[in-house]
Design a protein around this ligand. Structure first.
Ligand SMILES: Nc1ncnc2c1ncn2[C@@H]1O[C@H](COP(=O)(O)OP(=O)(O)OP(=O)(O)O)[C@@H](O)[C@H]1O
Ligand SMILES: [Mg+2]
Length: 478
């Protein structure tokens, strides 16, 4: 007999804390990343970036190694490593290439720890000499005053002269820093690539997670550093000089990617990017995979709810999903809140009833507001002005004019965005959608979270606030 009494939660809402591999759902993104074509994985907050990194690095450590987390990365210190000989866009490519090369060196010495080859021995010597360990912390790799050239089979050279070491922060050598970084990176990559081939690894992946931790406020320098990282990763991925196949994969929040522009951005977005998208079918599978692991092999969604329709004759699953932004984190949080409500009842067996889903909405909305604040605050601190202007209209659908009138009255002094710009941002984060005429004389609502190709229509006059009902006033949402 299936009863919700047997579980205390549907899991943690961040993959770091969640035993996600117990119930990982293999989505199309997994295939895409595995194929080796992908350089960039884009997704909103809570869309499953870290879950993917965990899946690859923990289930296939022999070809995916350790992830490279950029949480608390010293972006400021790295900012000084400008390549003065490169264009502004490429100013950081050389320093990132070196960082990636050293991380790869650490990875292959780890993967080859039971083997003995001259290449591996040399890379070990390089790491030990410079860092005193085979596993230097990412954040400390470029923060040494100097790196010594030890153990590499090809000497890094500049204009025919071998480099004995590279010194950071020496103003007299500023102009050659880029060249030095490049030649050292090339020497290390050459040995790394040979070691990979010697170890018989078909392709070595390197997953970069948690860039967003230091990048939600992007100034020009950080933009250049982010672009540099992507170009460096692309360079290593496509390098024909290397003997082995190396595949760096960068996981990034969509809103951060939207803020940078450079000449090859379009090309990368089109040909080597996967976007994490979820829909009713895949989210249901995600839930059922958790049910299977927690409640039993054959347990389905229909076993944990009473089947009664919600208002508007909507099934409970659809009702819930309409209140999320179709992100796994939202779904897990909603179910956890509903489960808490259900546990207060004495029914046996315990399954979800409509009341559980209605009562949990308030708590869930608090969560969603915090989650959105994490994303939107860095772009627009006064975004709740926009929410309040929406709720002032009292209805879920409203005319743009009414919003603009209300917004004018509400707009706080330090809020830089005018009404039109505010609407565009609210649309960008899926808090509002607009009515679009569709074929056959009908019309439908366009929301960005379900159709991320649809841009904001500045001429749209009929708008609708998302039914997640973020707590801000008295919106009459059913
Ligand atoms: N493919 C999947 N299978 C099972 N659970 C998943 C999957 N993808 C994501 N989840 C779950 O969804 C939640 C959010 O995922 P995750 O923490 O990976 O998001 P994220 O994109 O890294 O978010 P953030 O931008 O905040 O770091 C976690 O509980 C995670 O376990
Ligand atoms: Mg994450």
């Amino acid at each position: 007999m299936v009863t919700l009494r047997d579980i205390t939660s549907f899991g943690e809402i961040a993959a770091e804390d969640d035993p996600v591999l117990d119930y990982f759902l293999t989505t199309d993104a997994v295939q895409d990343i595995q194929s080796g074509k992908i350089l960039l994985v884009l997704g909103r907050k809570g869309s499953g970036k870290t879950a993917l990194v965990k899946h690859f690095t923990e289930t296939q450590p022999a070809t995916h190694g350790q992830p490279l987390s950029l949480r608390s990365y010293p972006w400021e210190a790295h900012a000084a490593l400008v390549d003065k000989g490169a264009s502004v866009t490429e100013a950081y490519v050389a320093s990132w290439r070196l960082l990636i090369a050293i991380r790869l060196a650490s990875m292959v010495t780890d993967l080859g720890s039971s083997k003995y080859t001259d290449t591996l021995k040399g890379l070990q010597a390089f790491l030990m000499e410079n860092f005193g360990t085979l596993k230097p912390e990412t954040k400390s790799i470029l923060s040494r005053p100097k790196l010594k050239v030890v153990g590499l089979s090809i000497d890094p050279k500049i204009a025919g002269f071998s480099l004995g070491s590279i010194t950071f922060g020496d103003p007299a050598k500023e102009n050659v820093l880029g060249l030095e970084l490049d030649s050292l990176a090339n020497s290390i990559l050459n040995d790394v690539s040979n070691a990979i081939a010697e170890l018989d690894i078909q392709k070595l992946h390197l997953h970069f997670d948690e860039l967003d931790q230091g990048l939600d406020l992007l100034d020009d320098t950080k933009k250049r550093m982010l672009i540099g990282l992507i170009l460096a990763a692309r360079d290593i991925k496509g390098s024909s000089q290397l003997r082995a196949n190396i595949s760096p994969i960068i996981y990034l929040r969509t809103d951060i990617w939207e803020q940078v522009s450079f000449s090859d951005k379009n090309k990368i977005t089109r040909s080597s990017t996967v976007r994490l998208r979820w829909n009713e079918k895949t989210l249901k599978e995600l839930i059922e995979s958790r049910l299977k692991s927690k409640l039993g092999e054959c347990v389905k969604w229909s076993n944990i709810e009473d089947g009664a329709k919600m208002r508007g004759s909507q099934g409970k699953l659809q009702h819930m999903l309409a209140r999320t932004l179709l992100r796994p984190r939202d779904v897990i949080q909603f179910l956890n809140e509903a489960l808490k409500v259900a546990h207060d009842r004495n029914d046996d067996p315990l399954v979800f009833i409509n009341d559980d889903f209605n009562t949990c909405r308030e708590q869930y909305s608090e969560y969603l507001k915090d989650e959105l604040a994490d994303e939107i605050d860095p772009h627009w601190e006064q975004w709740t002005d926009g929410l309040r202007a929406c709720s002032k209209t009292q209805t879920i659908t409203f005319q743009k004019e009414d919003f603009l009138k209300n917004y004018k009255k509400i707009r706080s002094k330090d809020n830089m965005l005018d009404g039109e710009a505010a609407l565009e941002q609210l649309y960008r984060f899926s808090i509002i959608g607009f009515l679009t005429p569709s074929g056959g004389g009908g019309s439908s609502w366009t929301f960005r979270y379900s159709d991320d190709n649809a841009g904001w229509d500045t001429t749209a006059s009929r708008l609708k606030v998302h039914s997640c009902r973020i707590p801000e006033g008295s919106m009459a949402v059913s």
